[in-house]
Design a protein around this ligand. Structure first.
Ligand SMILES: [Mn+2]
Length: 351
């Protein structure tokens, strides 16, 4: 038998043996995944810098991860549906305060981190979380790009915030909109659970202030953990009293900026039924926009998580809701030197 023939048989025998991924295999897939994000971020960074005038520019990074959910894993499928809804022809591409999303200086997209492929070669969550952090840093390397991360379940906020804080060299203030505080020490034994991400963030010292808004599913441990970490928890049952304060927030002064994490279930399920954890009594969409629009602070990064397309209405209502949150966040994050360079965007602010 020829050498080629023997190799062929050997190869087939290998395929027939149980597939035990090696560290070598994992390294290759992780390298390739990060190369994908690095090159994409370089391209978008070059484009934005070539157009000129932007000091901060939002860039989408999809992290399709759903396995750290305690209930349903559908959020892994969210990023492509959010993107589709952002550009849905039923609405125009201008944000409420007048920024043009088709301008790459406002919004670009570096694509998805291939989470499934990384997990398929046996990478565990200790390493996967590091890879997510690395991908966020690669986007931040390409100034003026700032990461606007599409989840995924809420477990991704830990590696994302960690990366932002490490890259900027200090803590940030976090505005966290959610029905849940996600601050269990661990949930069902999983320290990376989507119900524990803010415990990891606070332990790591990545946040100076953590404001949780929209909370209406919180137990004894959630309140105790909140006190332990000095979290400012604004519960829905007192929202009418807190509204004026929350609609006039000023954050991020004296630290590296503001991080905004939006769990779509902060909204009342009447506005956003496509979530894993339906919790009545939430914020209206306009409440959330008022909080975002009026917030004073330098938003250095953000995420929109927990949209579950498998629970959405047939018309994709929650996809549109998640997309509008992303659009308005993109407008909030992007800033320009020269407002007059954006003819379609008269209200570009320098804040
Ligand atoms: Mn939640």
């Amino acid at each position: 038998m020829s050498i080629i023939g023997r190799r062929g048989i050997h190869h087939l025998q290998k395929l027939n043996t149980p597939n035990i991924p090696t560290v070598e295999c994992q390294n290759r897939v992780i390298d390739a995944s990060l190369t994908l994000i690095r090159e994409s971020a370089k391209l978008k960074g070059k484009l934005v810098r070539a157009l000129g005038g932007a000091v901060a520019s939002s860039s989408l990074l999809g992290v399709p991860l759903g396995h750290n959910s305690s209930f349903l894993q559908g959020p892994a499928f969210a990023p492509p549906l959010i993107r589709e809804a952002i550009w849905c022809g039923s609405t125009n591409s201008t944000t409420e305060e007048g920024k043009e999303l088709k301008d790459p200086r406002v919004l670009t997209d570096v694509g998805n981190l291939p989470v499934q492929e990384i997990r398929d070669c046996g990478v565990d969550d200790d390493r996967l979380m590091n890879v997510i952090s690395e991908s966020v840093k690669l986007v931040m390397e390409e100034a003026p790009l700032r990461p606007l991360v599409l989840g995924g379940d809420h477990s991704i906020s830990y590696p994302v915030v960690r990366a932002v804080s490490e890259k900027l060299g200090g803590p940030v203030d976090i505005l966290h909109l959610d029905a849940h505080p996600d601050i269990y020490h661990a949930f069902e034994g999983n320290k990376y659970s989507h119900a524990s991400s803010f415990a990891r963030i606070m332990e790591g010292g990545y946040a100076r202030r953590l404001l949780q808004v929209g909370i209406r599913s919180i137990n004894y441990e959630g309140r105790e953990q909140g006190k332990r970490f000095g979290v400012e928890q604004y519960e829905m049952r007192t929202f009418s009293r807190d509204r004026d304060f929350l609609e006039n927030l000023k954050l991020g002064e004296g630290v590296k900026g503001v991080y905004i994490s939006i769990d779509v279930d902060c909204l009342d399920p009447a506005f956003a039924p496509g979530v894993s954890h339906i919790e009545p009594g939430g914020l209206s969409f306009r409440d959330v926009l008022n909080i975002l629009h009026n917030l004073q602070g330098d938003v250095v990064a953000a995420d929109v998580v927990e949209f579950n397309p498998q629970r959405d209405t047939a018309g994709g209502m929650t996809a549109m809701v998640a997309a509008k949150l992303v659009r308005e966040l993109a407008a909030k994050m992007s800033k320009s030197y020269n407002p007059w360079e954006y003819p379609e965007t008269p209200s570009f602010d320098l804040a």
